[in-house]
Design a protein around this ligand. Structure first.
Ligand SMILES: *Cc1c(COP(=O)(O)O)cnc(C)c1O
Length: 241
C-alpha cells in the first residue's frame, strides 16, 4: 500500500474505534443508571503521531492525556487544540513540574505531598491555581505509582492546605486482573474512597472527577462509577514505542 493509503486506512480505523467506544460508553453509563454525559472520554495520545491525534480531535474528542512532559511539549504545536482540554497523566517528577505548570489544564497523577507542594509553588509564581487529581495505587503494587489507599484521607487533607492547587478528584490504574468480577472490586473500592472523601466536604477539594478505566476495562470502570475513562490503544491502535 502507498503511504497515503496507509494513512487513510488508519484514519478509518480511528473513526470506527471512536464510534464503537462512544457506543460502549453510552451503554455502560445507561446500565449504571447514569447519563452518558456523566462519563468523559479521554484520548490517550502517548506515542501517537500528531496526524492521528488531530484526526481524533476532528471527530469530536475534546480531552487528551499525555504521559510525558517532554513528549507533550514537543508535539503540542502541531495539534489542533482549540477547545480541547489537556491533561498530564504520567508520573511527574518534582524537577519537571516547572515545565508543565500552566501548560496543561489538569495534572492527574499527583501522588505525593512533595509534588503537590511543588505544583503549588510553581502555580503561585505564575498567578495560577492548578487543578489536580490524586493518584491512588489501588492494588498496592510495588511497580506502580500512586498513594497507598490507607493514607488517602490524611494526604488529601494535607494537600488541601496548598492554596495554588485545587483537588478535583482521584485517578487510578488497577492491577491486571483475570476476570471482570475481580477488576470491578478494585473500581468499587475506588468509588467508595471517592465518595467518602467527597462526603467530608473538605475546603479546596471538590471530588468531581473519578478517572479510571483504560482500553481493556473502561466498561467495568463505568459500571463502578468512573466519570472519566482514559483510552489509548483501543482508539489509536497498538502503540509502537
Ligand atoms: C497509556 C495509559 C492509558 C491508556 O492505556 P490503553 O490501555 O492503551 O488504553 C491510560 N492511563 C494512563 C495513565 C496511561 O499511561
Amino acid at each position: 500500500m502507498t503511504e497515503k493509503a496507509l494513512v487513510e486506512e488508519r484514519f478509518r480505523d480511528i473513526e470506527e474505534n471512536y464510534k464503537r467506544i462512544r457506543e460502549n460508553i453510552c451503554e455502560a453509563a445507561l446500565r449504571s443508571g447514569r447519563d452518558e454525559k456523566s462519563v468523559r472520554l479521554m484520548g490517550v495520545t502517548k506515542t501517537v503521531d500528531s496526524l492521528y491525534i488531530n484526526h481524533a480531535l476532528s471527530l469530536g474528542i475534546d480531552l487528551i492525556g499525555e504521559n510525558r512532559v517532554q513528549e507533550y511539549l514537543g508535539k503540542r504545536d502541531e495539534l489542533h487544540l482549540d477547545g480541547v482540554e489537556k491533561h498530564l497523566i504520567g508520573h511527574l517528577q518534582t524537577n519537571k513540574v516547572r515545565q508543565i505548570v500552566g501548560e496543561v489544564d489538569m495534572i492527574d497523577s499527583v501522588d505525593s505531598v512533595k509534588v503537590a507542594k511543588e505544583i503549588g509553588k510553581e502555580s503561585a509564581k505564575r498567578g495560577l491555581v492548578t487543578d489536580v487529581l490524586v493518584e491512588i495505587n489501588i492494588g498496592g503494587e510495588e511497580s506502580k505509582f500512586g498513594l497507598d489507599p490507607s493514607k488517602l484521607t490524611e494526604t488529601v487533607c494535607e494537600m488541601a492546605e496548598i492554596s495554588s492547587i485545587h483537588i478535583k478528584g482521584l485517578m487510578a490504574i488497577p492491577p491486571i486482573c483475570d476476570s471482570s468480577t475481580e477488576i470491578r472490586k478494585f473500581f468499587m473500592n475506588m468509588n467508595r474512597m471517592f465518595l467518602d472523601i467527597k462526603a467530608k466536604k473538605l475546603d479546596n477539594v471538590s471530588m468531581d472527577v473519578l478517572s479510571m478505566g483504560m482500553s481493556g476495562d473502561y466498561v467495568e470502570a463505568i459500571l463502578e462509577g468512573s466519570t472519566m475513562v482514559r483510552v489509548g490503544s483501543s482508539l489509536f491502535g497498538k502503540r509502537v514505542y
